[in-house]
Design a protein around this ligand. Structure first.
Ligand code: CTP
Length: 399
């Protein structure tokens, strides 16, 4: 049975050349057994006719707050309640900017603000618009609200330029939506511990040793497990993101030592643990209470090793599943296998610093999963949310 059979979808169309793809998208959703109501922004009507969309969706098209023919009120609140999912495809930079800032000047936007269902956003625009920091900021804001982005593809754009910005193909959009609903229940009754983000090791009252980890990979893993029904204990170093899903219990930590204590205390309760944090390997021997004063001679700060959290959990894990990460610069596979064995992991996720778009502080990652039979599974570069799907699919094989 299709995972979206019987579900109600609002399809929001905005003013983009790619609006023509919404016709095929609607047909695919209907074919899967979903119900579709289409909301168009006034500009979207210039790109595809309401008649086409009404015929394909088997429902009247919604554009205005009132039906101009009979004055009936198109209640955005009722539409929001009706929907099991709201797909905005194509989503223009303009509509995403308004969504990110709570602007409500058309029916699509008022419905968006009222909807409590999962929101799927499939952007479509020119490559420079897509890359623009203002647009990236808006997308980041929407992502932090837990909305699911269906990334645009690389290719020829309406402008004639080639780059990232083409609306994802309707088949891809439907596949991603189906996989979102499919994964809902597969981890019910499981508890997963995840470490994420950097650690800060204090030097004095105002300074610390840290690293560039943003926490995005660990948080994406936490959301993915929670969406599949797991209870998640997320032990996080200092980051700028917040967990969205209510199944995630957040434990904030700062230093490697605090993260270690939290992990040890909670390990007993869990079925699996994923060590995605970039934990400092060394911490100052002494923390100076005040601020170290400037002097002309060099300053030596003596460091002592921190506890290896993954290593300690690996020694006590029994039948629990333990997953680690390895960010490597050279001899990647060999080093990752070394860590897998040393820390007694079930599998390790390797990302190489030599791959563009992998590692710290980027939205994408390129991973190879190596299991304890030294089987290697290589993946393409993807958004970290999609990488999380691949990792949790692998974890499910063990649980
Ligand atoms: N890890 C941990 N506690 C530490 C250091 C690392 O739990 N104190 C975990 C990381 O979260 C990751 C794995 O161990 O899952 C590998 O981390 P990495 O920093 O790559 O390896 P290290 O053991 O620190 O080895 P090295 O720094 O020599 O590469």
């Amino acid at each position: 049975m299709s995972d979206i059979k019987g579900k109600n979808f609002l399809l929001g169309l905005t003013g983009s050349i790619a609006a023509y793809k919404a016709a095929h998208l609607t047909r695919l959703l209907i074919k899967e057994g979903a119900a579709v109501k289409v909301i168009m922004t006034p500009l979207a009507k210039e790109f595809i006719t309401p008649l086409t969309m009404a015929t394909l969706s088997q429902n009247p098209i919604l554009v205005d707050f009132f039906d101009p023919e009979n004055g009936n009120w198109n209640s955005h609140v009722d539409l929001g309640l009706w929907a099991d999912g709201f797909i905005i495809a194509p989503a223009t930079a303009n509509t995403m900017a308004k969504m990110a800032n709570g602007i409500a000047d058309n029916l699509l936007l008022t419905t968006y603000l009222s909807a409590k269902c999962p929101i799927f956003i499939a952007p479509a625009m020119d490559l420079e618009m897509f890359k623009h920091p203002a647009n990236r900021d808006n997308m980041d804001k929407l992502e932090k609200l837990g909305h699911i982005f269906i990334e645009p593809e690389e290719g020829e754009l309406a402008s004639g330029l080639i780059g990232k910005g083409r609306l994802s193909e309707p088949e891809t959009i439907v596949e991603q939506i189906k996989s979102f609903y499919q994964k809902k229940k597969s981890l019910i009754n499981k508890t997963i511990l995840i470490t994420a983000g950097p650690t800060y090791e204090n030097i004095d009252a105002v300074r610390f040793i840290g690293n560039y980890s943003s926490g995005k990979m660990g948080y994406a893993l936490a959301e993915e497990c929670a969406c599949r029904g797991a209870k998640v204990i997320l032990i996080s170093g200092p980051v700028n993101i917040k967990p969205i899903h209510q199944n995630i219990e957040l434990i904030n930590t700062i230093s490697a030592n605090e993260m270690f204590d939290a992990a040890i205390t909670n390990f007993e309760k869990v079925d699996a643990a994923i060590m995605a944090a970039a934990v400092a390997d060394f911490t100052p021997e002494q923390i100076i209470d005040s601020k170290i004063k400037r002097k002309d001679q060099s300053l030596i700060i003596e460091l002592k090793p921190t506890q290896d959290i993954a290593g300690v959990l690996g020694r006590t894990k029994k039948d629990k599943i333990l997953v680690g990460f390895a960010l490597e610069i050279e001899n990647e596979i060999e080093n990752a296998i070394g860590k897998l064995n040393r820390k007694n992991l079930d599998f390790i996720v390797l990302n190489s610093m030599n791959d563009n778009g992998a590692g710290f502080n980027v939205d994408t990652n390129k991973i190879t999963i190596i299991d304890n039979n030294e089987q290697k599974l290589e993946f393409k570069i993807k958004d970290k949310n999609l990488v999380a799907i691949d990792i949790i699919d692998k974890l499910e094989e063990y649980l």
